[in-house]
Ligand binder design. Sequence first.
Ligand code: HGY
Ligand code: MN
Ligand code: MN
Length: 419
Amino acid sequence: MTDIPELRIDADRLVARIEALGEIGAVLGPNGERGSSRLALTDDDRQGRDLVVTWMRDLGLRVEIDRIGNVFATREGSDPTLAPVMTGSHIDTVATGGRFDGNLGVIAGLEVIETLITHDVTTERGVTVAFFTDEEGARFPPDMLGSLVYVGGLGVEDALDVRAVDDGARLGDELERIGYAGPRPAPAAAFPHCFVELHIEQGPILEDAGVTIGVVTGVQGISWTELMISGRSAHAGTTPMRLRRDPMLVAAQITSFVRDLTGELGADQVGTVGRLDAHPNLVNVVPASVTLTVDLRNTDEEALQLAEERTREFVAAAAGDEVVEVSQRSLARFAPVEFDPSMVDAVERVARRLGHSTQRLPSGAGHDAQMLARVCPTAMIFTPSVEGLSHNIAELTHPADLAAGADVLLHVLLERAGA
Ligand code: HGY
Ligand code: MN
Ligand code: MN
């Protein structure tokens, strides 16, 4: 019997499962990049879900699915009256996804539980590993949709009625179609004792600092807006420039403004125009309409509101100049979140005890932990991303760093579960 402090996960098993899951919806690049594309509630997502649920059932875990398709797998503790500790993340990806974003946290949670089983370690509290539906929000906005419903931040009926931005499919219909519309109530009737999420950093900070473990202090605020700009389609050759009402021009001006605004507001402000759809999208037609998205983020809520205000003002002025109409809708809006200080300290203390270098940092990306922090003490553990790359099929985190993160997760959960 291994002493608890000496316990470590099985790194080969962890990496093998990450690779196996990554092969579902595999996207291979010209230079050997190996990514995945499993947009939420597609057949690829279903296949990924089925594989992970099979692993969960093979470990003899109690598997539950809630009404928004979140999946929870629990190994019981010795005291069933105590709320479990929970870990997990997401297994849906963006279309140019890597194999580690989200997947690491779910598979490491499974690995932690298998390590406890293998070493016959009992814990007072149960240990649950979860994956949440549609964390990316790329097909069905907002992001973190499943965990937001789980904590009661979005009504489940409203969530089931969300329409896909690509083909207009209704979320609830897609959930039924892939067989993951579960019976467990959402929001949850009871919440975990605590939540710890292991995730890749997805940025360059840890790699630049040569640090192995990121001790995440919180998550920055997120603002997603969809703008529909309506002009007048016209002939590209015969229409004098002075008569044009060109939505593509305004879309280009907004894109350029967002970049300039980040420079003006300084370090923590980031801005992205990621989606742009022109209609009719033909070489010889001044577009009738253009739909685009603006993603603004900042660690400071006031600064984020200023960025939103400045963008609204610019859009109104540019639309007036070009005599186009703009309607807009919010796709996601989350304020910055600070994690529980005692949980953050535990991550740092455990990582150092295991001999890893650490650095505290806020998360630039949104995560399910951002939602769980509303209902229980929550923290995150980051591992470095090679070249800070993510949402790119070249996304990579080295096996030694994956294992380090999973070992820290193991021991933070052991502390909180009462091994
Ligand atoms: O958008 C995000 O930050 C996350 O990938 N959902
Ligand atoms: Mn993620
Ligand atoms: Mn992501």
